[in-house]
Design a protein around this ligand. Structure first.
Ligand code: SAH
Length: 482
């Protein structure tokens, strides 16, 4: 056999066909488990049968098992369509491979690529949907990693969607006789409300929608807005649901704070529109523009992702956006994200609660509507809690004055976390007594969080992210001050 064969990918029908597995240890068990997903007649030959294999054979499935106990015999190969050699004896595996080859029976020798007539790929399965990944046997680790990525992209509900599609295939064919019509229908199934209902586990509703759509000449254009939290910056902090939404979006309306490396994860032909505040525009005008855009695209039947930094419901006006969508009868979903306080504190090594120091956390905004002030300052300066201020870079002097006036000890530790979770993250330690001065000295820039409380001091020892980053970018050194 050639060292570097060009492989032909096949999915094989094994109904009623004999497949021989020689060996009955853990390695063999893995292959037997895969075979259980087919309707093959599974023959297993071995001297000893491991517990795992015995359990598999007794699993009460419909699979037909035949066990051959004893040393390998050539006759075991009789009538087999495939052979898997999974013994621990290399010479024996070689002999099996050789004898199978002579009889033209495709053979797989576990972990010995050069003896394999066929390889078993890494797989992602969603019911009848099977994605097989092969690196030609050169880099199984890379194939496995790619498998993991694909695993995250395919929602588990796809298997139900596929089963449903299979069930209604004749009806779909009748209702959409031409291929372009069917293609459009299947696209609607995958991207539209049926998939969304299945994801939420509403099988009956999904089925109802499919049937109603079939009764009409064309599937209804039904737009959807998904409010997605992108987290504070590090793309690794996106949730799987956020990534899936980005993959399915037709239009992405994103905040300015959402970075390019997160947008790079979006479907390639999605239209990305930055909806940040424009020069000379006030907040309300910006918000109205966002509402108009969401409505405009959703009414064309498109899937709009409204992508926000952090979590959509924490100082993100996500609530107002949902109220607007509801008023206009536009369907919506929400994918939560990691809010800056949680992620920033984690990346700065500051545990927001700690049994010895803080039993509660408050997330506050330092930015107010004109006329509104922080209610109840005395409650904020009570001991045993951690305060995290958002949008506070320009308000530090005012915050300091209020904290001191309401009895906060000037010694209480303060941290500024700038560009949290990004390569440019800076953590600046201060005290309430000198917080405004330190922010000025270090030229603190937005976006930044202001964390106040005894837990902050722990960050000096527990910080970890900065030291990793500093190996490449020494200019962003942690400023440790007292
Ligand atoms: N919805 C967002 C908050 C939006 S308000 C969330 O849940 O995180 C914007 C404020 O969030 C900024 O002024 C800053 O205080 C904070 N913020 C967002 N991203 C940040 C980051 N990477 N580093 C530090 N602060 C951040």
């Amino acid at each position: 056999m050639s060292d570097n064969p060009k492989l032909f990918p096949v999915f094989m029908n094994l109904v009623g066909k004999k497949v021989l597995v020689v060996g009955a240890g853990e390695v063999a068990a893995r292959k037997i488990r895969l075979l259980l997903g087919t309707d093959a007649e599974i023959h297993i030959g071995a001297i000893h049968f491991s517990e795992t294999v015995l359990t598999l054979t007794q699993a009460g499935t419909e699979a037909h098992f035949t066990l051959h106990q004893g040393p390998y015999q050539t006759e075991w190969l009789n009538d087999a369509w495939l052979v898997i050699a999974a013994t621990q004896d290399r010479e024996l595996n070689e002999r099996i491979a050789c004898e199978a080859e002579q009889r033209r029976i495709p053979v797989n020798v576990v972990d010995t690529r050069e003896l394999c007539a066929f390889q078993v790929p890494a797989m992602v399965e969603r019911g009848d949907l099977k994605v097989a990944i092969s690196s030609g046997g050169h880099a199984p680790v890379i194939a496995r990693r790619i498998r993991e990525r694909i695993e995250t992209l395919l929602d588990p509900s796809l298997s139900t969607l596929l089963a449903m599609t299979e069930r209604y295939r004749p009806a779909i064919r009748r209702a959409r006789p031409s291929l372009p019509q069917r293609r459009q229908f299947y696209n609607w199934l995958l991207d539209g409300p049926v998939s969304h209902e299945l994801r939420s586990g509403n099988l009956a509703q999904a089925e109802f929608m499919l049937l109603s759509a079939l009764k009409q000449a064309q599937e209804p254009a039904q737009g959807l807005v998904t409010l997605v939290g992108a987290g504070p910056g590090d793309p690794g902090l996106l949730t799987l649901n956020a990534q899936r939404a980005l993959n399915e979006a037709d239009v992405i309306l994103h905040d300015r704070l959402v970075g390019a490396d997160i947008l790079a994860l979006a479907r390639r032909d999605a239209q990305c529109i930055s909806v940040g505040k424009k020069a000379g525009e006030n907040q309300d005008a910006t918000q109205n523009r966002i509402h108009t855009l969401m409505k405009h695209y959703a009414e064309q039947g498109l899937h709009v992702v409204r992508l926000k930094g952090g979590d959509p419901f924490i100082f993100g006006r996500g609530g107002e956006e949902l109220q607007f969508l509801r008023e206009h009868d536009i369907a919506y979903r929400v994918v939560p994200g990691l809010t800056a306080a949680l992620a920033g504190a984690a990346y700065a090594g500051i545990p927001l609660t700690h049994r010895d120091h803080a039993q509660s956390v408050r997330l506050l905004t330092a930015h107010r509507r004109p006329g509104q002030d922080i209610e109840n300052w005395p409650a904020l300066t009570q001991p045993g809690q951690t305060l995290v201020f958002y949008m506070g870079v320009k308000q530090i002097a005012a915050l300091q004055t209020q904290l001191l006036q309401h009895g906060q000890s000037p010694d209480t530790a303060v941290a500024f976390i700038e560009n949290a979770t990004l390569k440019t993250q800076r953590v600046i330690q201060a005290r309430v007594a000198n917080m405004a001065e330190q922010a000025g000295e270090y030229n603190l820039q937005s976006p930044a969080l202001i964390v106040v409380g005894d837990v902050v001091a722990l960050g000096k020892d527990l910080a970890w992210f900065q030291s990793i980053m500093n190996q490449d970018t020494p200019e962003h050194a942690t400023a440790k001050l007292n």
